[in-house]
Write a protein that binds this ligand. Structure first.
Ligand SMILES: *Cc1c(COP(=O)(O)O)cnc(C)c1O
Length: 364
């Protein structure tokens, strides 16, 4: 790929694609967004990086904005989703290191994906991702079924990590009753509830965060992918009482919170705050969900994050690309649709027109 504009990408042969990958749920404002490009240009001409030896106003503003939006109190910035979850794991360890019971157990959900660094990998239960990398971080457990998760949380558990919709796992929303039961058990046992919003956060599901729709009050929220519209960034949002165990020097990141990435994230948040933006994500997303019934079965998702089941996901991805549409496989029979959040109804119609040959039902 050599160029992008809005919801389209062009490859070096000049072939144009309708982009339903958005760089894996990253390019929230689409490609070459004029305001984001202007913000980045201006920021590059002002200050790109100064390290955390010094404060910079963009990092402080971004922390304040995210705190206000999430209801959490403190933010730590890093450069990716895995790093955000890694920081969350360290915060949970340290929180209990300062209590009488030095809990180290971490529970994650079957089908979860939290990243590829050693800690994040240890709470990502997919055996294929572990091949050749064991031993992993000890005391990380994943029950065999979602229903068993609440019961697995005990007074030994430091943290439970959840995704409201499992993205890499196939775009499967975790049932609300399971999420509620997990939250309930976390409260009863004093376990920290960590919601991984790396993929679902920042407007992807039609609200700023997916946890709002699930009635969750997390202790820690991790963000990354769409937050800065394509510029690498990660963030950990933490409740005051938990954040208090971290002090200057207890964790760190050289690039984290750099003015360039923070200015980009502030621009994304400004756009999402614009009148009707999230309402449009919801409305266009609902239309997308309806029309995806024509392309596959077991259509599930929310906002502009959807998955469908097809006989052969790789074959579907290849056929779609040949028809000028980019989508990703998440599993042998699952295809994911995570377009830029600026998607319009007409782009959904274009998707269905281009994928005419892949339709499974008569359509409308
Ligand atoms: C992509 C993803 C990650 C990992 O993010 P990276 O930036 O690739 O490290 C973690 N959690 C979830 C839910 C993700 O979708």
């Amino acid at each position: 790929m050599v160029r992008g504009a809005g919801v389209y990408l062009w490859d070096e042969q000049g072939q144009k694609y309708l982009d339903f990958t958005a760089g894996i749920a990253v390019c929230s404002l689409g490609h070459a967004h004029p305001r984001l490009a202007a913000v980045l240009t201006e920021q590059a001409a002002t200050l790109i990086h100064c390290s955390n030896l010094y404060q910079n106003p963009w990092q402080n503003q971004l922390a304040e904005r995210l705190a206000g939006l999430s209801g959490l109190d403190k933010a730590f910035f890093c450069n990716s989703g895995a790093e955000a979850n890694e920081a969350a794991l360290k915060i949970a360890r340290r929180y209990f290191a300062q209590q009488a019971d030095r809990r180290t157990e971490v529970i994650s959900l079957p089908g979860a994906f939290h990243g590829r660094t050693m800690g994040a990998l240890s709470i990502t239960p997919k055996p294929k991702y572990h091949e050749g990398f064991t031993p992993l971080v000890p005391d990380c457990h994943t029950p065999a079924t979602l229903a068993e998760v609440p019961g697995a949380i005990s007074e030994r558990t430091a943290a439970c990590f959840v995704e409201v919709i499992q993205g890499e796992g196939g775009v499967h929303p975790v049932p609300l009753d399971v999420l509620q039961a997990i939250q309930q058990r976390c409260r009863e046992t004093g376990t920290l509830l960590v919601v991984d919003e790396v993929q679902t956060g920042v407007g992807r599901t039609g609200t700023m965060f997916a946890f709002e729709q699930a009635g969750l009050q997390p202790d820690i929220v991790t963000l990354a992918k769409g937050l800065a519209g394509g510029v690498p960034i990660g963030a950990v949002l933490v409740r005051e009482q938990v954040a208090g165990v971290m002090g200057a020097g207890s964790h760190g990141s050289t690039f984290g919170g750099n003015p360039l990435a923070c200015a980009a994230a502030l621009c994304v948040l400004d756009e999402l705050a614009a009148d009707g933006f999230l309402a449009r994500v919801k409305a266009v997303g609902q239309y997308l969900g309806e029309r995806l019934q024509e392309l596959g079965s077991e259509v599930s998702g929310r906002g502009l994050m959807w998955g469908i089941t097809v006989p052969d996901a790789q074959a579907f991805v290849r056929a779609a690309a040949a028809a000028g549409v980019l989508v990703t496989a998440v599993g042998d029979q699952r295809v994911r649709f995570v377009p830029p959040l600026i998607l319009e109804r007409e782009h959904v119609d274009e998707l269905l027109d281009r994928l005419q040959a892949l339709r499974v039902s008569g359509g409308r």
